[in-house]
Design a protein around this ligand. Structure first.
Ligand code: HPA
Length: 244
């Protein structure tokens, strides 16, 4: 039986136990194998895939984005709800806020960005005017409002290569270019989902103010700590979104 909805869990979202009646499925793709957990949430069948591996063992620049998206497509997934931890450049988007990003600026450097490398599949140029699915973003927004959570309906995500955090000068530049948030994973994930004609939205959770805005050096621990603090809300938000 096919699964129509998937959750890609980012930093701090590794536990598939948000689903009931779990089974593990190994999916073989042309890009490598992935392991997906399938279960039930809000009465629907949902696939869960931790982006960084079950124990956060895969850094952002080494994630096999193509295998992940292709594998979900093979399962029959049509809608993807992704979670991402982000730093904020926008003083109105504070630690603990949810943001339903609607645009990205791509500052990654060394990733594979497409399923279309010529050859059999040909050369395809995909429209990404609106990379994140507006319908799904709206459903998530309404769910967050219903739950009384602080949520921003839009935002521009700057994707960096990582795994290092940014310099203060980089963050100043990103802010001048119109960025609101910074993270390391949304590109090429969202692009590949577009190429695969899937509806993809990201729930970004602000874990820190970005470099040079935060008074302290940034740590992965503070990112994970905020994700852990907010994990119940994030889970509720995903469940309510799927219910609606
Ligand atoms: N920079 C990049 N990625 C991040 C950050 C950040 O400040 N916080 C969480 N993910």
């Amino acid at each position: 039986m096919s699964v129509k909805i998937a959750v890609i869990g980012g930093t701090g979202v590794y536990d598939p136990k948000m689903l009931n009646n779990l089974t593990k499925e190994k999916v073989t793709t042309p890009y490598g194998d992935i392991e997906v957990t399938v279960g039930e949430l809000s009465g629907k069948r949902v696939a869960f895939l931790p982006r960084h591996g079950a124990g956060h063992t895969v850094p952002p620049h080494l994630i096999n984005y193509r295998a992940n998206i292709w594998g979900l497509k093979m399962l029959g997934v049509k809608q993807i709800i992704a979670t991402t931890a982000v730093g904020s450049l926008n003083l109105n988007m504070k630690g603990g806020d949810f943001v339903l990003i609607d645009q990205f600026l791509d500052f990654t450097k060394n990733r594979i960005y497409t399923f279309y490398d010529g050859g059999e599949r040909g050369v395809i140029h995909t429209d990404v005017t609106e990379p994140y699915c507006p319908e799904l973003r709206k459903i998530i927004y309404n769910a967050a409002k219903e739950l009384g959570y602080t949520v921003h309906p839009s935002g521009t995500y700057v994707c960096t290569e990582g795994p290092r955090f940014e310099t203060a000068a980089e963050i100043k530049m990103f802010a001048k270019l119109g960025g609101d948030l910074v993270g390391m994973t949304s590109v090429p994930e969202v692009v590949l989902a577009r190429e695969a004609e899937m509806c993809y939205a990201s729930i970004s959770l602000v874990t820190n103010f970005a470099a040079g805005i935060s008074p302290n050096p940034l740590t992965h621990e503070e990112v994970v700590e905020m994700m852990t603090t907010k994990s119940e809300q994030l889970k509720n938000l995903i469940a309510k979104t799927i219910e609606n």
